[in-house]
Design a protein around this ligand. Structure first.
Ligand SMILES: *[C@@H]1O[C@H](CO)[C@@H](O)[C@H](O)[C@H]1NC(C)=O
Ligand SMILES: *[C@@H]1O[C@H](CO)[C@@H](O)[C@H](O)[C@H]1NC(C)=O
Ligand SMILES: *[C@@H]1O[C@H](CO)[C@@H](O)[C@H](O)[C@H]1NC(C)=O
Length: 485
């Protein structure tokens, strides 16, 4: 909490204290219970919420809000209420740190629209119709001071779900403190030179949202076109067919969900896709509709990886037993979700199971062979497995629907040993064995008849009898016979 915020809270507390409710100026609108001005909106705590109001005819009521900063209001929500598609300069509201202008159909913004909001930290312009022209540098600037514009104090800017095909090169030059930028759901398609220049210029940017921007690739050396201190990148819901190369090594969190990646590494490539992401701690590879296979050493080069989400990939049937080999000299991976894939079993050496603090393997079609259930019961016993009751067998048919953990005793009963269920396969095997034995016997009889054509069958019978009596001389047999007595 900054000093300013503390100040605002103290002011608010003083204002709300029943003993001496100061009477601030009331420039217009209705009054709050405590006498503070509250235009035709809801005031609650430090928030002025005008969401869902019928659109006022003119913008004059906004001028009535100029006294806000003295009322302790710090959050202003003007979602879906603005009368015009062009945002006029906002009145002075130095106490306001959060401003939301979502869903206003805005197509344009007046120059210097926010310069009177000297305390503004978070600006939400999502779900409008802004094009590149509307986010030019002079929109996002502060007041003119001597010979230059003051920077805006913005740290978070949400421009998601607008109509941006690109960002102007200098769009962010007056927002040097910007740490979070959301561009999700804009039709960017590529990060062109202007967009890259704008992003590279945002020198404090740590979090960038590029989800659902129709990106089929990132620039070959993405690190050069992205901010230098970036630690979180969301490129989910794009058209990426491979993990982008050359991502900045500063990344700590990477979200690649819902991209059409078929294998990891992609295609015939042998280059580990995450090489050089030395600082990455969290990786999400979920909701990938066509991801089928994770190959050997796919996660090579992630020495700090702590959490991996590889869930809801309905086509994922195979994870190579050595997919995580060479993850790093010291194993740091402790949280893993493999939920809702199409995995039938887990390679015993896939992960350092005992070191996991969280594991989710629910909603996979587990094949409950004796081997697998025995291993799972023993190796995953101490692991904090999420939603254990949703970890169920899908095959063999006899065990379908049973919790994996209960299945080992049944799976290892003689009929089901090694996962061969009774029924057709074993019937077939028995039949085959019978036919083979029968043919051998027939063959043997024929051979014997050929070799001994003249001997009377009686002799052969005697010889056999003699041999069988010699069996009774076997010490084991005798011991057994003695026991029987
Ligand atoms: C509130 O804003 C007005 C007009 O900008 C300014 O004169 C006044 O000093 C501000 N008051 C506080 C408490 O920030
Ligand atoms: C499993 O994943 C599919 C595809 O991603 C999704 O549509 C479905 O809702 C998920 N099911 C569960 C139980 O989470
Ligand atoms: C079961 O486990 C044994 C030893 O652990 C192994 O040799 C065998 O191949 C496994 N069988 C199956 C079907 O996985």
């Amino acid at each position: 909490m900054t000093k300013a915020q503390v100040g605002v809270l103290l002011a608010l507390a003083a204002l709300l204290a029943p003993a001496a409710p100061a009477a601030p100026p009331t420039p217009g609108g209705s009054l709050r219970e405590d006498g503070a001005p509250c235009p035709p909106c809801h005031c609650k705590d430090d928030t002025l919420d005008c969401t869902g109001l019928p659109a006022p005819r003119d913008a004059s009521w906004m001028q009535a809000l100029t006294g806000w900063n003295e009322t302790g209001l710090t959050k202003v929500l003007l979602d879906g209420v603005l009368p015009s598609a062009t945002l006029a300069p906002l009145p002075a509201m130095p106490g306001v740190s959060t401003l939301s202008l979502r869903n206003n159909g805005l197509t344009d913004i007046a120059s210097g629209a926010f310069l009177a909001l000297s305390g503004l930290r978070a600006l939400d312009l999502a779900h409008n119709k802004l094009t590149a022209d509307a986010v030019r540098a002079d929109v996002l600037r502060g007041a003119w001071q001597e010979d230059s514009y003051e920077p805006l104090s913005l740290t978070s800017l949400d421009l998601s779900h607008n109509d941006l095909h690109s960002l102007p090169r200098r769009a962010l030059e007056h927002t040097k403190a910007l740490r979070v930028l959301r561009l999700d759901g804009n039709p960017l398609r590529v990060l062109d030179h202007n967009t890259q220049a704008a992003l590279a210029g945002a020198e404090s940017l740590q979090v960038l949202g590029l989800s659902g921007c129709g990106l089929a690739a990132l620039p070959a050396d993405a690190a050069l076109g992205l901010p230098r201190v970036l630690h979180t990148l969301d490129v989910s819901r794009n058209a990426l067919t491979a993990v982008p190369r050359g991502l900045p090594s500063t990344l700590r969190r990477l979200v690649l969900d819902a991209n059409p990646v078929r294998t990891l590494p992609a295609g015939d490539s042998l280059v580990p896709p995450f090489l050089h992401l030395d600082n990455l701690e969290e990786l999400s590879l979920s909701y990938m509709p066509i991801l089928e296979e994770v190959q050997v050493a796919a996660f090579f080069g992630l020495p700090r990886l702590r959490a991996l989400s590889m869930a809801h990939n309905k086509a994922l049937r195979q994870v190579h037993p050595a997919a995580f080999s060479h993850l790093g000299p010291s194993w740091t991976l402790t949280e893993v979700s493999l939920r809702n894939n199409s995995l039938r079993s887990l390679p015993p050496r896939l992960l350092a199971w005992a070191g996991l603090t969280f594991l989710d393997v629910a909603d996979n079609p587990w094949h409950c062979s004796c081997n697998f259930t025995t291993w799972a019961a023993a190796s995953l016993k101490g692991v904090n497995v999420n939603t254990r009751d949703r970890v169920r067998c899908s095959s063999p048919a006899e065990l379908s629907g049973q919790p994996l953990w209960d299945a080992s005793s049944t799976a290892c009963s003689p009929e089901l040993r090694d996962g061969i269920p009774p029924g057709q396969p074993s019937l077939f095997a028995n039949a085959l064995l019978f036919v083979m034995t029968a043919s051998l016997v027939v063959l043997a009889v024929m051979v014997v008849r050929r070799l001994l054509p003249d001997r009377p069958p009686r002799l052969y019978g005697r010889a056999a009898l003699a041999r069988s009596s010699s069996v009774s001389k076997d010490p084991l047999y005798e011991a057994a016979a003695v026991d029987e007595d």
